[in-house]
Design a protein around this ligand. Structure first.
Ligand SMILES: Cc1cc2nc3c(=O)[nH]c(=O)nc-3n(C[C@H](O)[C@H](O)[C@H](O)COP(=O)(O)OP(=O)(O)OC[C@H]3O[C@@H](n4cnc5c(N)ncnc54)[C@H](O)[C@@H]3O)c2cc1C
Length: 391
């Protein structure tokens, strides 16, 4: 392992930003998260405060007015927000997700125009890849982009798009050359308000309910050719894969964030809940459940942090370790939130305690950005490829 890849230290200035993020979350998210969840209310208030405090800048480089320490602060900042509300963290993470194809493949002009606006919180982004019949099977997408003079005309529907309706800018994947399959996919920048662009109903989700999810519908929607990411057609699949490889580490820390939030709630409750004449934290079974939760969270953190460091360094095994981190941390979050609810007994089954929401929220982590089964497929492919080394 080369130098620096396992250095998880945080520069002093970055720690100050993380402390500020905690403070904003305590002041803005804690008192509102239950209401936002019940009403499916988009967390505009949190976004406004994040913009004022420069928190969006933690996801972008200095050249765009941000300060993300090469991406390291992105994973740590999102982890903090997820500890308070996975719905807010998902909406925030989707801004970075929508920006990543531009970061990976955009021209200088595209980067300057859009990344600067995302970094200062002026514009919200969304990433539109999935379709009704192309979920895990990404290459099966059917949205079409046809060149017409100096414009592209897009037709198709994107499914389950986080921030749809709220976002100002969408990175949309469409076929520009159907005969080439995945190699015929391009990525486009679509601005809200474009004629022919509309959104489906707000999805009534089990969890992360303040994060808005809708279809993105394009009907004879015309955009200028300069909105083709990188100005090169048929590069979209590469942009999508690079995006997912670099976003999975921060899905990993979203998972450790919500896990830590649930674990802390469980410890607090177990310390004060008395049964059989003593606080339940003193029953060894309860104490060992907490020990298992903490051990899994710490292991998930190390995997997610390593994947992030690999991604930042452009390490050749980034995809493998991102898949491992995403798989383990998301499944851990589901288990930890389940155990945290269990330790609250009947009270945990009500909305009087935040673990009920955390339990509902955590489940999405094993589904979006590639399901656990798809992560295992990816890891499995590396196992087969590497098998010859063991002979
Ligand atoms: C709340 C939410 C937010 C989302 N946000 C976004 C977003 O912002 N942008 C975006 O583009 N997409 C987004 N998605 C889409 C998400 O990434 C997909 O839902 C996910 O990739 C799974 O696709 P699917 O739902 O079509 O399930 P399917 O692909 O139909 O899978 C169904 C089941 O089959 C299994 N399966 C499928 N293929 C295989 C295989 N080859 N081997 C083994 N098992 C397999 C899956 O693991 C799963 O259990 C979001 C989804 C949700 C629910």
């Amino acid at each position: 392992m080369s130098n620096g890849l396992m250095d998880f230290s945080v520069p002093e200035e970055a720690q100050e930003i993380l402390d500020l993020t905690h403070k904003i979350c305590q002041e803005q998210i804690l008192p509102n998260r239950a209401k936002w969840d019940a009403d499916e209310e988009f967390p505009h208030l949190a976004f406004e405060k994040f913009a004022e405090a420069g928190i969006f800048g933690t996801m972008f480089g200095e050249e765009y007015g941000g300060m993300n320490y090469g991406g390291w602060l992105t994973v740590l900042g999102i982890e903090v927000v997820a500890e308070y509300c996975l719905g807010v963290a998902t909406s925030l993470g989707a801004v970075k997700l929508g920006a990543l194809p531009i970061e990976h493949g955009g021209t200088k002009e595209q980067k300057d125009k859009y990344l600067t606006a995302f970094a200062n919180g002026e514009k919200i982004a969304a990433f539109a890849l999935t379709e009704p019949n192309a979920g895990s099977d990404v290459p099966n997408l059917s949205t079409i982009a046809v060149k017409k003079g100096d414009r592209y005309v897009l037709n198709g529907t994107k499914q389950w798009i986080t921030n749809a309706g709220q976002a100002d800018v969408y990175t949309v994947f469409a076929l520009t050359d159907k005969s080439k399959g995945p190699r015929g996919i391009s990525c486009f920048i679509v601005e809200k308000g474009t004629k022919g662009l509309s959104f489906g109903k707000l999805e009534d989700k089990m969890g992360i309910r303040c994060s808005h999810t809708r279809q993105v519908i394009m009907e004879d929607m015309e955009i200028p050719e300069e909105n083709l990411v990188g100005l090169k057609p048929n590069q979209g699949f590469i942009h999508a894969i690079k995006t997912l490889n670099s976003s999975r580490p921060f899905i990993g820390t979203m998972a450790t964030g919500v896990s830590m939030g649930a674990y802390k709630e469980a410890v607090k409750y177990a310390r004060q809940r008395e049964q059989f004449g003593k606080n339940i934290i003193n029953f060894q079974v309860v104490n060992h459940m907490l020990a298992d939760m903490l051990t899994k969270i710490e292991a998930a953190k190390l995997l997610a942090y390593r994947a992030a460091k690999y991604s930042i360094a452009g390490h050749p095994e980034t995809a493998k370790y991102s898949a491992i981190a995403k798989l383990f941390s998301s499944e851990t979050a589901v288990q930890v939130c389940n155990d945290a609810l269990q330790l609250h007994g009947g009270y945990g089954f009500t909305k009087d305690y935040p673990v009920e929401k955390m339990y509902r929220d955590a489940k999405i982590l094993t589904i979006y950005e590639g399901t656990s089964q798809i992560q295992k497929n990816e890891i499995g492919a590396y196992i087969i490829k590497d098998a010859k080394k063991y002979i």
